[in-house]
Design a protein around this ligand. Sequence first.
Ligand SMILES: C[S@@+](CC[C@H](N)C(=O)[O-])C[C@H]1O[C@@H](n2cnc3c(N)ncnc32)[C@H](O)[C@@H]1O
Length: 223
Amino acid sequence: MVERLSPPDPAWEAVDRYIAEHLLGRDTALEGALAANAAAGLPDIDVSPPQGRMLHLLVRMANARRVLEVGTLGGYSTIELARAVGPTGSVVTLEIDPHHAAVARDNLDRAGVGERVEIVIGPAVETLASVSGPFDLIFIDADKPSNVAYLHAALRLSRPGTTIMVDNVVREGEILDAASADDRVIGTRALFEAVAAEPRLTATAIQTVGSKKWDGFLIAIVD
Ligand SMILES: C[S@@+](CC[C@H](N)C(=O)[O-])C[C@H]1O[C@@H](n2cnc3c(N)ncnc32)[C@H](O)[C@@H]1O
């Protein structure tokens, strides 16, 4: 998620809490993962609980059994993805930081889904070359300047019908700033251009507000 300085709108946070209380319920594995992340000094840039559950639901809607994630952090989103693929499914998740990967490994094992998750450590532009597809769903949530490279890798690792999702594509509206010097904005604007130019993709992007502020997901399906 985003790491900008402005605080989230209190009403957006309150609605996220309302959604979580009513629809998500208490979840000791996910809550434990966030606590372990904080204790280990990881940044608080995971997807929010409602967003994590949305990823879970999308995996199940797509009946996805093989999922690829780019950007593990402490494995919060990975737990939701791994639960969704079920005991016979698998998740490959790519992470550059060995400390993040070690925290994620513990969190995934404690959540009881460790056996269905492979964590590949290294720069994703390099490790993607060693990953075998096709995947049913691919979730991209790492360094934003590499988004176009990740999209091209995702296409290579796809089949017709694969869902591709990319997080943080609105960035509090900064995505509109064609003159931005922020390489995350530049990388995300380049992603929009690349998706628009790709005839194999049907795509949209959805704006979101909540505890992670104003942002959004790009979602595409490979035709
Ligand atoms: C936004 S966090 C991922 C959050 C996670 N998907 C979740 O919602 O729980 C981005 C992660 O990508 C990792 N990352 C950054 N650059 C990377 C790269 N070049 N290759 C692989 N991972 C990278 C960061 O270390 C960080 O852990």
